[in-house]
Design a binder for this molecule. Structure first.
Ligand code: SAH
Ligand code: SF4
Length: 351
């Protein structure tokens, strides 16, 4: 059985004749949210039978949903072969209605998705790393996370949302499938999520950043930097032995990015480790010449985690230093990612 969402519309058009059927099937799946081929009304009976025989359109099932007080929702999905992955729906702006119930401002959403089951990179602060690596997700399994979340929340098909590849796994370790998922998301007959609404977060696999850049997809890049000197970064992120900070910065400088957009640098702040002003100073000099935005993240402790959450005052001081030295910096506002979503945490809790 093949997963139908693993195929781009063009690929489907090669397999299914006449090829305009691919467009219709895409629309049934991604816009009309049908859950079986039998419900695709304008598809002829013999084609439906063929589809039923060869394809599944439900690669993921929801096994658990956890809602946190700020409205973010964490999903645990199970795949066809019985492994689990996490995604998070983050409401970025709440819907505003007037007294008559008229919508003044529409709600905005971001979906945080996984690209692998587990991760090979092995960062010491990350819970996903603890479970080791199981396998790559297929393009269809990546795309289905967003589709299922839209369905489950009754989010209309034409509602624009943003995607961040910040769930479990290292997206650039699964580059081919991730690139394909970017293209499938982007399809106008599919979820129609423009590439400028998609952010790929990486631990800094420089060679793969270069490869991604050459494809010129228009996606945004986020770098999990977390440390400003190689010694500490190596301790936290073993990938730094193969690709040090300099190589990551060079790869970023060569990455094609829309003039209106910036490269996001994520900086996970751990108490007494990387939270001092000296680090902030070094960060400013590292980012010199890059259109960057820094996102400070509170380390989110879990049972037996080796690091601690920094206090608010230190966090604020770090942020102010950057802001005062010409670097745009925010403290990650979305509590969803803070409180428990730091991905891997729902999976670790078990079913
Ligand atoms: N592998 C990619 C994308 C997924 S990780 C990457 O590392 O960029 C998504 C983000 O969650 C990373 O920035 C990571 O540093 C962060 N994260 C991991 N463990 C965390 C924790 N315990 N608390 C807060 N953020 C964490
Ligand atoms: Fe993998 Fe990212 Fe976790 Fe590091 S932080 S182990 S790269 S998922």
């Amino acid at each position: 059985m093949k997963i139908i969402q693993d195929f781009t519309k063009d690929e489907l058009g090669e397999i299914i004749k006449p090829s305009f059927r691919a467009k219709q099937i895409y629309q049934w799946i991604f816009k009309k949210y049908v859950d079986s081929f039998d419900n695709m009304k304008n598809i002829p009976k013999d084609l439906k039978e063929e589809l039923n025989k060869n394809f599944t359109m439900n690669p993921l099932k929801i096994v658990k949903v956890e809602e946190s007080c700020d409205g973010s929702k964490k999903y645990l999905f199970i795949t066809g072969d019985g492994v689990t992955v996490e995604s998070v729906l983050l409401p970025m702006k709440k819907e505003r209605v007037d007294e008559d119930g008229k919508i003044l401002k529409e709600a905005k959403f971001t979906v945080c998705i996984s690209s692998q089951v587990g991760c090979k990179i092995g960062c010491t602060f990350c819970l996903t790393a603890k479970g080791g690596f199981t396998r790559n997700l297929t393009p269809g399994e990546i795309v289905a996370q967003v589709l299922e979340i839209k369905k489950d929340n009754g989010i209309p098909e034409n509602k624009r949302l943003n995607i961040v590849y910040m769930g479990m796994g290292e997206p650039l370790d699964n580059l081919d499938n991730v690139v394909k998922s970017v293209r499938i998301f982007n399809d106008i007959d599919g979820l129609a999520i423009g590439t400028r609404r998609q952010t790929i977060s990486t631990s800094g696999v420089s060679s793969q950043i270069q490869k991604l850049g050459k494809l010129n997809l228009g996606v945004l890049l986020a770098i999990s930097l977390h440390a400003v000197d190689d010694k500490l970064r190596e301790e936290l992120m073993p990938i730094n032995k193969a690709y040090n900070i300099d190589s990551v910065i060079t790869a970023v400088k060569n990455f094609p990015i829309d003039q209106r957009k910036k490269v996001l640098f994520e900086y996970l702040v751990m108490k007494d480790l990387n939270d001092d002003v000296k680090s902030a100073k070094k960060l400013v000099s590292l980012l010199h010449g890059i259109k960057a935005k820094v996102n400070l993240i509170y380390f989110n402790p879990y049972p037996n985690s080796p690091y601690q959450r920094p206090d608010e005052k230190t966090m604020f001081k770090f942020k102010e230093y950057l802001n005062n030295h010409g670097v745009i910096c925010t403290i990650r506002a979305s509590k969803g990612l803070d409180i428990s979503a730091a991905c891997g945490q729902l999976k670790e809790k078990g079913l």
